[in-house]
Design a protein around this ligand. Structure first.
Ligand SMILES: Cc1cc(Nc2nc(/C=C/c3ccccc3)nc3cc(N4CCN(C)CC4)ccc23)n[nH]1
Length: 268
């Protein structure tokens, strides 16, 4: 069917949901259908100045063709002279980052964590089958649908949550694998490392290579220097140790992730 062309006049704009480097994300509603969406506004000037036009085009091209329950939908886009607007799926339960912070112990129990990890692994498998890699899977970029189900939302460009200290404090090194922090070419196995980092963070409540400064974090990443607290089960510890592996080729492949006892044990 013919793609409808959208414009700002089709939408009622609601509250801002978050602030990005290239613009903000707003709650919005399409006037005719009353369909609620998230409208991501990117400023052409800033995109041009940061020379990321190609990246924005790539993001739009890739994300608009993806259809998976754990990947946030991009329904369409439009632009005016100053801005590009992305019409995105609205995830009503916010970011996993906020959900993690709202936990009494700032961490999830292992069954909950395993369900999040399993959802992510199925989204990554879908992406890898389509040769799409390196989706920024840190908690700030993961949203929760109305059933609390995970959605990878690739906000892409160094986004600053309204009050998440992380982006300012530790920068984005936390989730990057050794091959990326050393500027080597990266393969889809970077996502396996990030899955391990996320798993650690959900269960422990902080990133495995967290350090006071950039260089400290860098050194810990390239030495794969992390410790697991006592309360982490042996099955979880084993699972994490199979993903946080220096050599990208030796990381547990996604089809093995689903078979690992720690992940398989918590299938409802
Ligand atoms: C694209 C998108 C966002 C989205 N939903 C939401 N995004 C963001 C924060 C978004 C954001 C955007 C840019 C930079 C940083 C954060 N925060 C949200 C917070 C929400 N609430 C309602 C539920 N509360 C428990 C927490 C606060 C709900 C939806 C949110 N659906 N689709």
């Amino acid at each position: 069917k013919e793609k409808k062309s959208w414009s700002l006049s089709n939408f009622d704009i609601g509250r801002p949901l978050g602030r990005g480097k290239f613009g903000n994300v707003y709650l919005a509603r399409e006037k005719e259908s009353k369909f609620v969406v998230a409208l991501k506004v990117l400023f052409k000037k800033q995109i041009h100045e940061s020379n990321v036009e190609h990246q924005v085009r790539r993001e739009i091209e890739i994300q608009s063709h993806l259809r998976h329950p754990h990947i946030l939908r991009l329904y369409g886009y439009f632009h005016d002279d100053a801005r590009i607007y992305l019409i995105l799926e609205y995830a009503p339960k916010g970011t996993l980052f906020k959900e993690l912070q709202s936990q009494p112990l700032k961490r999830f129990n292992e069954p909950t964590s395993a369900i999040y990890i399993r959802s992510l692994a199925s989204a990554l498998q879908y992406l890898h089958e389509r040769d799409v890699i390196h989706r920024d899977i840190k908690p700030e970029n993961l949203l929760l649908g109305h059933k609390g189900d995970l959605k990878i939302a690739d906000f892409g460009w160094s986004v600053h949550e309204p009050n998440s200290m992380r982006t300012t404090l530790c920068g984005t090194l936390d989730y990057l694998p050794p091959e990326m922090v050393q500027g080597k070419p990266h393969t889809k196995n970077v996502d396996l490392w990030s899955l391990g980092v996320l798993c650690y963070e959900l269960i422990v409540g902080r990133a495995p290579f967290l350090a006071t400064d950039y260089d400290e974090t860098y050194k810990k990443i390239i030495k794969v220097d992390y410790k697991l607290p006592e309360f982490v089960s042996r099955a979880a510890a084993h699972f994490i140790s199979k993903l946080l592996v220096l050599n990208p080729q030796q990381r547990l492949p996604l089809d093995q992730v689903f078979l690992h006892p720690w992940v398989a044990a918590h299938i409802k």
